[in-house]
Design a protein around this ligand. Sequence first.
Ligand SMILES: [Zn+2]
Ligand SMILES: [Zn+2]
Length: 119
Amino acid sequence: MNCFYHPTVSAIGLCKYCQRGLCAECAAVVDDVLACKHRHEDEVHQLEQLTARNLFQSKRVGSAYTRNAIFYGLVGVLFTGFGAVQYRFLGLQAVFFIMIGLFLLYAASANYFEGRKHK
Ligand SMILES: [Zn+2]
Ligand SMILES: [Zn+2]
């Protein structure tokens, strides 16, 4: 492949914005990727910032869901276990604890699967 702007010179890479071939003279390096010099430097910079931000956000969201899942899971197990142990003494009140525990376990699994979607 040859440079889009100099058809006789072989290209060293593609502009990230317009995907045209660039020779060493036409290529500008923006954020570690190539761009048409004086044409698409700003566009490529904005593209790179956008993808970097998206990667950062999806990673953060995914780990927040996992953290919630662990938290809900632990508290859910605590409530369910407490209710089961205390059932003999507390009766209906213990059932109430077990129900909260089961609800938290449900919330934990919902968060876990939601977090996996973001990976
Ligand atoms: Zn370009
Ligand atoms: Zn060129």
